[in-house]
Design a protein around this ligand. Structure first.
Ligand SMILES: NC(=O)c1ccc[n+]([C@@H]2O[C@H](COP(=O)([O-])OP(=O)(O)OC[C@H]3O[C@@H](n4cnc5c(N)ncnc54)[C@H](O)[C@@H]3O)[C@@H](O)[C@H]2O)c1
Length: 324
């Protein structure tokens, strides 16, 4: 399934009112996705500034996509007309029947928000969280109707990256999962079903196992940060779009995989705590692109080049996977 398909038939779209809570990096993109697909979308945020900036951010994204042939210029203004911004959560939630929460990654904040959404939204509304790693069951804990709360883990930018992990909490009803899966498919995403609610779901468990080892390699002086990235980008990373890790294991043979694991696993990083190098960098304010220095040095131009290259790469990927 692809991220930039045509809009919904009018009757179908009109029957769904989407609410996106949080107008930041992910929230504005998720709002864009549904509005461009033809759904009326309400966007809300506690920051009046973030909320006010969202429509222009979305217009800018769609114009850049249109330059690449990935959005229809004629549909940009109609999509923006389907978007309304509302500061008050209770007002924003009144008519919503599909909600995506994309506020800051904080359990207490999300729990309280879902408690309030549960009381403000119509009883049939599905309430989805875009948490990166937090248990869906814990996020739902303070709500009454936990059966309609589900995880929908989008990836940045949600307008271009197709995957959404759909995660049921312990109380989530099968109907909630099914409707969510169907809606995400309709708007051109590639949803996958995660069977059990565990921290990090699938994508971030895999991703952070890799990052833990990558940081450990730098910390232990085995290779510099740029070399670690080159090993991925010019090596096994090129295969990944075609061959997932388990397909690779099957390709080389599970017998070879076993022999390698037998030898290597005891040598890999298995610390349950963040790396001391990472802790030290953060304590010193060396945060990466944001501060110009992290595990490497970043000039503003260098950081911008990476962002531009990433967007260009994602545009190419989407173009190559488009259905007409
Ligand atoms: N950034 C990513 O790559 C990424 C990818 C997948 C999932 N996520 C998850 O998506 C969520 C949002 O991440 P982001 O990167 O968009 O963050 P962000 O900081 O860009 O945006 C968060 C927004 O939430 C708003 N907010 C905070 N409390 C609120 C409240 N009570 N009500 C309404 N709005 C509130 C903030 O004002 C801010 O505009 C997090 O749970 C994050 O883990 C992020």
């Amino acid at each position: 399934m692809l991220p930039v398909r045509g809009g919904r038939p009018k009757e179908e779209a009109a029957s769904k009112q989407v609410l996106v809570v949080g107008a930041g990096l992910m929230g504005h993109g998720i709002a864009q996705l549904f509005a461009y697909a033809g759904y009326p979308v309400t966007l809300t945020d506690v920051s009046a500034e973030a909320l006010a900036a969202a429509p222009e951010r979305i217009r800018g994204n769609l114009l850049r996509m249109a330059e690449q042939g990935l959005a229809d210029p004629e549909r940009i203004e109609p999509a923006l007309r389907l978007l309304r911004t509302v500061g008050d959560l209770e007002v924003a939630a009144r008519d919503a029947n599909f909600v995506v929460e994309a506020v800051s990654e904080n359990l207490e904040l999300k729990q309280e928000l879902f408690r309030r959404l549960d009381s403000f939204c119509p009883p049939e509304a599905i309430l989805a969280t875009n948490t990166s790693v937090i248990s869906i069951t814990e996020i739902a804990a303070k709500a009454v109707r936990q059966g309609r709360i589900v995880g929908t883990h989008f990836w940045n930018p949600p307008t271009l990256v197709p995957l959404v992990e759909v995660i049921p909490g312990e109380q989530t009803s099968p109907e909630t999962v099914e409707s969510t899966f169907n809606l995400l498919t309709e708007v051109g995403k590639h949803p996958v079903r995660v069977k059990r609610d565990v921290p990090g779901f699938v994508g971030n468990r895999l991703q952070h196992a890799l990052w833990r080892e990558a940081i450990s390699i730098v910390e232990r002086g085995i290779a510099d940060a740029d070399v670690v990235d080159e090993v991925v980008k010019f090596g096994f990373g090129i295969r990944l779009p075609v061959l997932g890790p388990l397909e690779t294991a099957e390709l080389v043979g599970l017998d070879l995989t076993l022999a390698i694991h037998d030898y290597i696993l005891k040598h890999l990083e298995n610390s349950p705590a963040p790396s001391p190098l990472l802790v030290d960098k953060v304590a010193k304010g060396e945060l990466g692109f944001k501060t110009g220095r992290g595990l490497r040095e970043w000039s503003p131009e260098g950081a911008q080049r990476v962002r531009t290259d990433l967007e260009a790469h994602l545009f190419q990927w989407v173009k190559g996977h488009r259905v007409s």
